[in-house]
Write a protein that binds this ligand. Structure first.
Ligand SMILES: Cc1ncc(C[n+]2csc(CCOP(=O)(O)OP(=O)(O)O)c2C)c(N)n1
Ligand SMILES: [Mg+2]
Length: 299
């Protein structure tokens, strides 16, 4: 099934929505150009540690960060976008990826566990979904801030993730679970792994749950509806991973592939925003090249 328009909100591109989309696109381009340079540097073997790129999934992190202020984020191994969208230091992120002690985790963790208390981001430690019960524990003692907990569709199958839904519901936690549903656990599609839908399971625990595509305005307006209620909620967001699960390589674009970045770019271009789109991409391309080159010299 093609999820490109799955439960998409059909909104008019009026001035307000165009301005909102431009803000989101700006962040998407920032993340994308950072990741593309990371990809190239890894491909050219300028560094050789593990790398989990979030290319293709930028709209999720960009939109969530713009929709909810003053939150705490828990990420899984594909966490660069969460970190950058929430104001993390790109320099510290490069340093972490290339193993310098000036990195987010002193260069000891690399790509998967990006952690920076300064911006309220906690990474996971290796088991997929292990951040989910930890995020619930955090939320239990920090009720004033919304805790946002990201995990993948593969991690959604772990018992401790499902058990956390029950706990969050019982304790009425101020937590938003976001499943980055790229339909893949490494290389295995969801249809070969399970027959149930995550939203149905979450609902059975009494959690408000929705299943949508990664269109920025659809994410934004759905979050606005649930954001103010300080109770647990889950958003399953259908998206496409564009690059390999790990490492520097591009996934084959299957029958149901879409690039949300390219779609958003096209929408803005069609709304006479070509100049903005080009200057934004150029700005981030130049910035990322300079940043990566400078930090790589330290190796
Ligand atoms: C408990 C556990 N089982 C298996 C693995 C190996 N593993 C690492 S990433 C991954 C796939 C995770 O898929 P998903 O949660 O959908 O995240 P995505 O990579 O798609 O972002 C697996 C199975 C692991 N790290 N932990
Ligand atoms: Mg996945």
């Amino acid at each position: 099934m093609n999820f490109q328009n799955y439960n998409i909100l059909k909104l008019s591109y009026n001035q307000k929505n165009i301005e909102l989309l431009k803000k989101i696109f700006f962040k998407m381009s920032y993340i994308r150009q950072f990741e593309l340079r990371a990809y190239e540097s890894r491909l050219e073997k300028k560094f050789e540690t593990l790398i989990y790129l979030c290319l293709g999934q930028e709209s999720i992190y960009s939109t969530v960060a713009l929709s909810i202020k003053n939150s705490i984020s828990f990420g899984q191994h594909r966490g660069h976008g969460i970190y950058l969208a929430n104001g993390g230091s790109p320099k510290k992120l490069v340093d972490e990826l290339i193993g310098l002690n000036t990195g987010t985790n002193k260069g000891m963790g690399g790509s998967p566990p990006i952690f920076d208390k300064k911006i309220g981001m906690y990474g996971h430690v290796g088991l997929i979904g292990d951040q989910v019960p930890v995020a619930a524990g955090y939320s239990l003692v920090n009720k004033s801030k919304k805790t946002i907990c990201y995990f993948g569709d593969g991690a959604a199958e772990e018992d401790y993730v499902l058990a956390t839904f029950g706990f969050a519901s019982q304790k009425k936690l101020n937590i938003l679970f976001i499943c980055d549903d790229n339909d893949l656990s490494v290389l295995t599609p969801t249809k070969d792994r399970r027959s149930w839908k995550l939203v149905d399971v979450a609902k059975s625990f009494g959690i408000n749950a929705i299943d949508i595509t990664d269109d920025p305005l659809t994410i934004y307006y759905n979050i606005k509806k649930i954001e103010k209620k300080n109770v647990p909620a889950l958003i399953n967001i259908r998206t496409c991973r564009e690059y390999w699960h790990e490492g520097a390589g591009k996934d084959k674009e299957g029958k149901y592939f879409w690039s949300r970045y390219k779609i958003v770019k096209k929408i803005l271009e069609n709304k006479n925003q070509e100049k903005f789109v080009n200057s934004t991409e150029m700005l981030h391309k130049k910035w990322s090249k300079k940043l990566w080159e400078k930090q790589l010299q330290k190796l």
